[in-house]
Ligand binder design. Structure first.
Ligand code: SF4
Ligand code: SF4
Length: 138
C-alpha cells in the first residue's frame, strides 16, 4: 500500500470526475444501469475479437503498457530495445483485447482497440459446440 489511506481520496476524486464527465449528479443516476446488459457467458458472441494498436507517432516510449501486459495480462507486447528509447508493438496473435494497456497509457488515443472479428456471423458457445467445431478455432 504505497498510497496508504490517501488512496480513498483518490478513488473518490476519480469517481467524482467520472460522474462530471458523464453528467451524473447522484450515484442513484447510474446504480443498476448495467443490469439489463448482463447475459450468460454462453450467449456472448465468440466471433467478437478486439486487439490493441499502438500509434507509434503518439507513443512517448514510457513502457507502461509493456509492464502492465507483462505483469497482469497476456504478455502480448513486444519490445525492441533501442537507444535512446525502446519501441513497443502489439503481438496481435497473443492479444486478448483486455484493454489494460490502453487504460495505463498516459497519452490520449495512443493505444486504440481495433475490432478484428474472427467471423462475420454472431456465434455463441452453445451453437459452436453443436456444430462440433474444433476447440482451438477460437
Ligand atoms: S489489450 Fe490486454 S492483452 Fe492486449 S496488449 Fe493490451 S494489455 Fe496486452
Ligand atoms: S504506454 Fe503508451 S506511450 Fe507508453 S510506451 Fe505504451 S503506447 Fe507508448
Amino acid at each position: 500500500m504505497i498510497s496508504g489511506f490517501k488512496i480513498i481520496t483518490d478513488l473518490c476524486d476519480g469517481m467524482s470526475n467520472w460522474m462530471d464527465e458523464k453528467g451524473y449528479k447522484n450515484i442513484d443516476d447510474f446504480v443498476g444501469l448495467s443490469v439489463p446488459k448482463i447475459t450468460r457467458w454462453e450467449e456472448l458472441d465468440i466471433n467478437f475479437h478486439i486487439v490493441a494498436n499502438i500509434d507509434q507517432d503518439k507513443c512517448i516510449h514510457c513502457g507502461l503498457c509493456y509492464i502492465s501486459c507483462e505483469d497482469t495480462s497476456h504478455q502480448s507486447i513486444a519490445v525492441e530495445k533501442g537507444n535512446p528509447y525502446n519501441i513497443y508493438t502489439i503481438k496481435e496473435e497473443e492479444c486478448v483485447g483486455c484493454n489494460l494497456c490502453k487504460i495505463v497509457c498516459p497519452v490520449n488515443d495512443c493505444i486504440t482497440m481495433v475490432e478484428q472479428r474472427k467471423g462475420d456471423e454472431y456465434l455463441n458457445w452453445i451453437e459452436y459446440q453443436k456444430r462440433g467445431l474444433p476447440l482451438n478455432d477460437h
